[in-house]
Design a protein around this ligand. Structure first.
Ligand SMILES: Nc1ncnc2c1ncn2[C@@H]1O[C@H](COP(=O)(O)OP(=O)(O)OP(=O)(O)O)[C@@H](O)[C@H]1O
Length: 531
């Protein structure tokens, strides 16, 4: 089970509170979140909204949700107003949040100057100046501490009051209730039983629940803690690099470098140089010694992307690194020892390249100790496409500081039907373009995709598991533009709804049918509540 859970993030984006409500109302404000997480929402978007609302309610400039990583006895920031860095980690007992986690009680710091528990390094790292700080513990139903909720800089230069502490405590208990129904909390609980697996890493930001991805999560979980060489295969844009990073950060080398070499991006003559470095005078222009990526990655991981493009002589040199953990720089004679894990990726059929004599057989077997085949997006089923699309809508809107738009049912349908030759990368770019161009709602017209009528009908199951009769009969007729009558009616209704921005009364008028008839038809299409 990946760390994330998903759904319609836009459904719970609520405006910040204009004024601070009395304490009793705060629980009311946060209560709906419990129901929302239960409905499987995009966890990242959910947590960010939660922090926005907590900061607004507390009249604070920023907020941080810290979670406890028991394996490393650290807190890590899981959601925060922290544009400067992606994550912060502090040791238990370090800084105000670390002290709250260690001692288990709230701390109110009216002025960080001269406050010993204040960890000024974070301000130095981010460039942000903390003027006041309030942090309270997060406890689960059994009273066990599993995180810290913190707010910074009360608006207007004020200090946080004892009433604010009570208020944040009340909020923390609501947040705990909500979080305990998420997969994030389950992940934290599992981490307690697996003291060597730090939380906050496993498949974080990898979206997908289809059976194919579940199988990959299981494989990666097994392979990551070892030093086994992993070969990731899959079409371009299917997530090979993302999983290569997951292998690295979930293994014992996570604090050491992850160094990528893209063999497709380099001329063949330079690949050897890039991987192994060169000695001074190795060739004309080599006026000083340059270490290669293997040296840079010592104790960490080298990710060799597009390994199929590796020239044959360099394949031999790579084989020696895998077997003997040593190599010579270009133009050098001295053997250099390294300790690296190798993760490789390719979109090519390496077995075929071996048969054709273009890839060394011995290297092939050495690199595919664990082989992970990433399915193309079109084979992951409509549900994964929807999850990814909603995730990217929320993420892209956040990145561009835009309110997250809604995806119209017709737009969603079109996304689900398209075959995505460029896989997840293409979907991400398509959504980014639509988010930037739309106003409030992503309609079919905003998606830079071919005409809907040229796309086969959507299926909800992954294609390999879909009804084979349907899978073979419909695409060819759809490709010829021949659709069943019911399908034409359905598409037409969705298109009219799109054109009137989902207003059912207006759509019924255009269609010259009653509003109830329209409602009944939408229900038949399984779109009862969505439009
Ligand atoms: N399951 C996923 N969840 C979320 N984002 C994903 C997922 N798979 C891929 N992406 C995103 O799609 C983009 C392409 O992924 P990535 O670079 O890992 O693909 P790749 O297979 O290595 O591509 P290439 O072969 O072209 O180098 C990235 O922005 C990545 O973050």
């Amino acid at each position: 089970m990946p760390l994330e859970c998903y759904g319609d993030a836009s459904a719970f984006i609520l405006p910040p509170l204009p004024t601070m409500p009395p304490a009793a109302d705060i629980t009311q404000v946060l209560l709906p979140f419990g129901a929302l997480v239960g409905r499987e929402v995009d966890l990242d978007a959910f947590l960010q909204t939660l922090m926005d609302r907590i900061a607004a309610t507390m009249q604070a400039d920023r907020g941080t949700l810290w979670l406890l990583d028991p394996a490393r006895r650290e807190l890590f920031s899981r959601a925060a107003h922290l544009p400067e860095v992606s994550q912060i980690r502090v040791k238990l007992g370090q800084g105000v949040a670390g002290t709250v986690a260690q001692e288990g009680h709230s701390i109110n710091v009216p002025d960080p100057r001269g406050e010993q528990r204040f960890f000024a390094d974070i301000d130095r790292m981010t460039g942000y100046r903390t003027t006041s700080l309030l942090a309270v513990p997060l406890r689960d139903a059994d009273g066990a501490l599993y995180g810290v909720l913190q707010v910074l800089n009360r608006r207007g230069g004020d200090r946080f009051t004892p009433e604010d502490t009570e208020r944040l405590d009340a909020i923390a208990s609501q947040v705990s209730t909500a979080l305990q129904s998420t997969s994030l909390y389950q992940e934290l609980q599992r981490a307690k039983d697996q003291p060597h697996a730090p939380v906050g890493y496993f498949f974080n930001r990898i979206i997908g629940e289809s059976p194919q991805l579940q199988a990959i999560y299981r494989l990666v979980r097994k392979a990551a803690p070892t030093d086994a060489t992993v070969l990731l295969r899959g079409e371009s844009g299917s997530g090979k690099e993302l999983f290569a990073r997951a292998v690295h950060v979930n293994g014992p080398r996570r604090d050491k470098p992850f160094v990528k070499v893209d063999c497709a991006a380099l001329p063949a003559t330079l690949i050897e140089n890039e991987l192994f470095g060169h000695e001074r005078g190795a060739y004309t222009g080599a006026d000083h010694r340059m270490p290669g990526k293997f040296e840079a990655a010592d104790n960490g991981t080298v990710f060799i992307d597009e390994i199929g493009e590796l020239p044959l002589p360099v394949q031999g040199k790579l084989l020696r690194v895998i077997q003997d953990r040593e190599f010579e720089r270009v133009g050098g004679t001295q053997a250099i020892k390294v300790d690296v894990r190798i993760v490789a990726a390719t979109h090519r059929d390496l077995a075929r390249m071996v048969a054709e004599g273009r890839f060394r057989e011995d290297l092939y077997y050495r690199i595919k100790v664990v082989e992970v085949v990433l399915p193309p997006l079109r084979e992951r089923g409509a549900e994964d496409i929807e999850r990814l699309a909603r995730h990217f809508v929320a993420a892209v809107a956040r990145r561009h500081r835009l309110p997250p738009p809604r995806l119209s049912p017709l737009a969603l349908e079109r996304l689900k039907r398209y075959r995505w030759p460029g896989n997840v990368r293409e979907l991400e770019n398509c959504i980014e373009s639509a988010v930037v161009l739309c106003e409030g709602e992503i309609l079919e017209e905003h998606l830079p995709l071919p005409d809907m009528d040229r796309l086969p009908p959507a299926s909800t199951a992954p294609q390999s598991m879909a009804d084979p009769a349907r899978a073979t009969a419909t695409p060819s007729s759809a490709e010829a533009g021949l659709l069943p009558l019911a399908e034409v009616e359905r598409l037409h209704i969705l298109r009219v709804l799109d054109s009137v921005k989902g207003n059912r009364t207006a759509a019924a008028k255009v269609l010259e049918i009653g509003r109830n008839t329209l409602a009944r038809k939408l229900k038949e299409y399984g779109l009862g509540d969505e439009v």
